[in-house]
Design a binder for this molecule. Structure first.
Ligand SMILES: [Zn+2]
Length: 276
């Protein structure tokens, strides 16, 4: 979805190199691009996606998205106050029959109409939206692009190092680097990113007041629907069902503690103007 404009990004990278930690402070990450750049790159593509017309479903998705985003900004330990406030997020239904959903830096969420039959309850919606918003809070898109940039910048160094080698061999090595750089942008999130988004997404949905056990139920049901031949695309970008469900179950106590701390009466929308 994000065009691999590696040459332009490489120039930017020299100015933006930064190290950051993911929400919760567990892991530091190398970020060579920032989310503003990704938001601009991805925003144009987002605007081109065909919208599905279903006002009732759209209202339902937007209501849950607002709660999830508000929780993602204020969640203890894992919250990211730099996320845009809920009212600034653009939430749309995409006219696409494949079961998929995504969130982008800059505050954009898309849910394919093919995903809706798999999301009959609010808990199901909260599970998927929290997971996708967690990818954004963790800057996974920027990290993925950064890794592909390292590969691209590495190619320059390799080319110089091989300046005295036969041209054919040089082309072979560069082609290998190029493949890595491209895949870094086009491939789905890594397994590590998925597990991180599962853990942090579970915290977000719990802080929003949803029962985190709904996430386990959702993924179980989703796994069953895959075995019946449905839901290939969304699932294929995610870890194995058994691993995911086992990990989520292990995270339930922490998520329940977060939900117990969240007061049911708290405002679902934080004050505006507190962040970008
Ligand atoms: Zn994911």
């Amino acid at each position: 979805m994000i065009a691999p404009r590696v040459a332009a990004l490489a120039a930017v990278a020299a100015f933006l190199a930064a190290c950051q930690t993911v929400p919760g402070g567990g892991r530091s990450q190398l970020l060579l691009v920032d989310d503003d750049l990704l938001a601009r790159e991805a925003g144009a593509a987002f605007a081109q996606l065909p919208r599905a017309r279903d006002d009732a479903q759209l209202a339902r998705v937007r209501a849950v998205a607002r709660k999830v985003v508000a929780a993602a900004r204020t969640c203890p330990v894992y919250g990211d106050p730099d996320l845009p406030p809920p009212e600034r997020w653009e939430v749309v239904l995409i006219d696409d029959p494949t079961p998929n959903a995504f969130a982008m830096p800059g505050g954009r969420i898309g849910v394919h109409r093919g995903m809706l039959p798999l999301l009959p309850t609010e808990g199901d919606l909260a599970t998927v939206l929290s997971h996708e918003v967690a990818h954004v809070a963790c800057r996974h898109g920027a990290e993925r692009v950064s890794h592909s940039l390292v590969a691209a910048l590495g190619a320059v160094a390799v080319d110089q190092a091989m300046a005295d080698k036969p041209s054919a061999r040089r082309q072979e090595v560069l082609a290998a680097y190029g493949a890595v750089a491209t895949l870094g942008v086009l491939l789905p999130y890594s397994r590590g990113h998925e597990e991180e988004a599962d853990r942090i997404g579970l915290a977000y949905m719990a802080h929003a007041g949803y029962d985190p056990a709904a996430a386990v139920a959702f993924w179980r049901r989703f796994a069953a629907s895959k075995q019946q031949g449905g839901a290939p695309e969304f699932l294929s970008t995610h870890p194995s069902d058994a691993t995911r469900i086992r990990n989520l179950e292990a995270m339930l106590p922490e998520a329940r503690a977060i939900r117990d701390r969240a007061t049911p009466q708290r405002a679902s929308t934080p004050p505006t103007g507190a962040s970008r």
